[in-house]
Write a protein that binds this ligand. Structure first.
Ligand code: AQP
Length: 344
């Protein structure tokens, strides 16, 4: 049975990278798969409280991510939308995976190194174990496909390693319990399309990120027209005009990024975009990009604000989604307990 799982952390400042790299793909995948989309609040608290903002912010941001899912076009009546902490099995399976995964695997994760920074001894233990929880998220639903941005590739490889080691370590018990020769599937990462890595508007070598202290570095989903126009006007570029061919973008990360954003938002190929704007000045291109971004994001941002202003609907969606998620996750977790020899 193919199934999609993916998640977004409620850590504020949802941006164009989250939209193009993840949420837009979630919307597309609804057509061909059963999908489970999760607001991963337990992942959010792996960072320092100053980053996730404390309890009130977490409530606000959990609703905001849910609002973004709904506003972008995820249908919670046909697919499962919920927040992670409501379904206890995520924490339970993550613990099992903490005992399957090796510390060395975690130490190699570039996201851990980036987020822990120089003061690694002082990072939370949860930040180190983040990929174990992510593997639990995915494998509780036996998801076969996981749409994510490029930055999550390493974590998905680790999810496969964990699934494989579990299947190997407990092969005999898995067979005895009647699950054949593999209990967990080896998940396929889906890192596809034109905007798997949207870069900062201030520095084309850094990814657009929620935690960048400069708001000018990103376009937030709730930005209004003036803000989007101003951010794109100030977006870093180089002095050359736009090239007419895709090859001309090599070594020009800022130009490459803006053209990639245009292509992703319009659904056109980069070559086609350069066919129209190549040879021209950035200012002309930037104002066309502003119109396009406002056209695509404006309705989503507006709907997000409307949904968040009266959160009763969002809260009901999350509660109902959690019930449906639990109905899938509980039998899987029970089977894991039987496989491990946990009496229940
Ligand atoms: N710049 C990006 N381009 C494309 N995809 C991106 N994603 C994130 N940034 C980009 C994808 O968005 C999904 C949700 O991400 P997340 O909430 O789990 O957190 P993150 O990857 O840590 O996101 P940020 O915005 O970059 O936050 P910080 O500042 O904390 O690092 C994922 O599928 C991710 O790939």
């Amino acid at each position: 049975e193919p199934r999609v799982f993916s998640g977004v952390q409620p850590t504020g400042n949802l941006h164009l990278g989250n939209y193009l790299g993840a949420i837009l793909k979630f919307v597309e995948m609804q057509k061909s798969f059963d999908c489970v989309y999760c607001v991963v609040d337990m992942h959010a608290i792996t960072q320092p409280i100053s980053v996730w903002g404390g309890p009130k912010e977490l409530v606000r941001n959990t609703r905001e991510v849910t609002a973004a899912f709904l506003a972008a076009g995820i249908d919670p009546t046909r697919h499962v939308v919920f927040n992670q902490s409501r379904v206890d099995q995520h924490a339970e399976l993550a613990w099992v995976f903490n005992c399957v995964a090796r510390i060395g695997w975690m130490n190699r994760m570039t996201q851990f190194k980036d987020k822990a920074g120089k003061d690694r001894e002082n990072a939370s233990l949860g930040l180190l174990a983040y990929p174990s929880l992510m593997a639990a998220d995915i494998l509780l639903y036996k998801a076969t496909h996981v749409p994510v941005g490029e930055d999550q590739k390493q974590h998905l490889e680790l999810t496969r390693d964990i699934a494989q080691k579990f299947n190997n370590d407990f092969a005999e018990s898995i067979a005895e319990q009647g699950f054949g020769d593999a209990f967990f599937p080896l998940t396929e990462p889906l890192i596809q399309g034109p905007a798997t890595r949207v870069m900062s508007l201030r520095d084309g070598t850094k990814k657009m990120s929620k935690s960048d202290p400069s708001d000018l570095s990103r376009i937030n989903l709730t930005d209004d027209r003036d803000t989007i126009a101003q951010k794109l006007r100030k977006a870093k570029t180089d002095p050359e005009p736009l090239p007419s061919e895709v090859e001309g973008l090599a070594g020009r990360p800022e130009a490459d990024n803006l053209v990639g954003i245009y292509a992703a938002l319009s659904g056109r190929a980069a070559a086609d975009v350069l066919g129209e704007f190549g040879g021209g000045q950035f200012s002309t291109f930037k104002s066309a990009l502003t119109d396009l971004a406002v056209d695509k994001l404006g309705p989503i941002g507006g709907e997000m604000k409307r949904l968040v202003a009266d959160p009763a609907h969002i809260d009901a969606v999350l509660a109902a989604g959690a019930d449906r998620a639990r109905a899938i996750a509980a039998p899987v977790m029970n089977a894991v307990k039987d496989i491990l020899g946990f009496l229940r």
